[in-house]
Design a protein around this ligand. Sequence first.
Ligand code: DHB
Length: 489
Amino acid sequence: MKNFLAAMIFMLSLSSVASAAADDLLFNPSRGVEKTLTYNGRTIDFIAYENIPYVTEPASEIQKLSIYIPSEYLHGGVINGYAAKTAPIFLPNGVGGYMPGKILEPVENDKMTGGANASLVALSRGLVVISPAIRGRTTTMNGVHVGKAPALIVDYKAAVRWIRHNRDRLPAGNTDKIISNGTSAGGALSALLGATGNAPEYMPYLEQLGAANERDDIFASSVYCPITNLDHADMAYEWIFYGETKYFPAMWQLAPPTNSEAANNPVSVKKSFEMTPEEIRVSKILRDAFPDYLNRLNLRDEHGNILSLDKNGDGSFKNFIKGKYIESAQKAIDSGKNLRGVEWLTIKNGRVVDVDLKKYPAAVTRMKAAPAFDKLDLSSAENDEFGDFRNNPKHFSATLFNDNLAASEIIHMLNPMNFIGRENVTTAEFFRIRHGAADRDTSLAIPAILALKLQNNGATVDFFSPWGQGHGGDYDLNELFDWIDSICK
Ligand code: DHB
């Protein structure tokens, strides 16, 4: 009864938001503002159409997007082989830490890249940029928490639908070539958008917001260090880090971030903590549960060989993961890096011949105590993300918890693994997934099984683990946009 009353109050608070006519989703091209920035000594002229609502019944005032179009396209020009009608649409999200994501307007001095941000580089390469602001776990409206799961993916989809709705009104941009981009929680979001095109599960949420009645599948998805598959990420973490009981949290874990930028710029601290006996006990349960989960996925490598694990966590999947680290280290050596001091690598005559995953945790260090994501005391960003509209955090991993779990439909809707290869879903054709070899925020197994499942179901996936790279994104923008050119041209 209490729940019912609360739900009614929630619905009333939503309907009290000023509602707009469906026509308000039509783009008005007279509102553009001319802007100029510099990138690599080049002047980038563009038109900005800013803060356009992308739904007619917003749950929050932040549900707006901005459009940035290279000025040449308004005069029939060609950039990098693209013209107004053919230019791909780059759709970056600013989500981090499952916090609200800001619109990513082009800037010259970006904290994450130390220079031009992805939006500015995209314009310089002739792409149209459309960036929506997105609700996050702290978004409130009239005191109600309206940004908990699955709000972030619903908003990203609503933005895609808005773009399609305006396909004939936008001055430039090919709505069949929409490419998402994000980092960490934003990488998880980008992967989710790419994996879940037109999935019916999200329809009631989209309808409630008055999203345009259009398709929400996209062409391609760029994914940096995705904090995804949250209901299995705890097991995958212990599969790598079990045995290591000391952990070194990032600064933002000790002092929670107040915005998404802080979450995407984690500063490691040297301060370490010892896991409690209870956390160590749970670490073993999680590690022991991972092979079963992995084997049920029936993943195959690019030669069609099945990837599996025995009950000790050894087997062909482990060799696949070792192969990703070997490939990473080899590329670093080939580009002139000296990796002789790296204890977990075996290098012979300049060739990386083996990696010792038992030595990896001590070298890279554990960032999170077990469970890494679904905390015993409900204290993580993810517990908050799965929380309810009154801000009560929830569990989401049925391996450890059977009480105070988020609704199974909500957990389902946040995991791209549940949608790939399904009949009534259109998964993107292309994915580019990056997870640094020094990333401690989640196990490399998580992006790996995402990449494999996508590949096994027909997507073309470029998956790589850059050497020395920790948790971050947009650090290789030339390569990112080369990849976009390679799939669009
Ligand atoms: C992010 C990082 C994490 O380690 C995490 O658990 C959730 C989100 C992030 O940077 O977005």
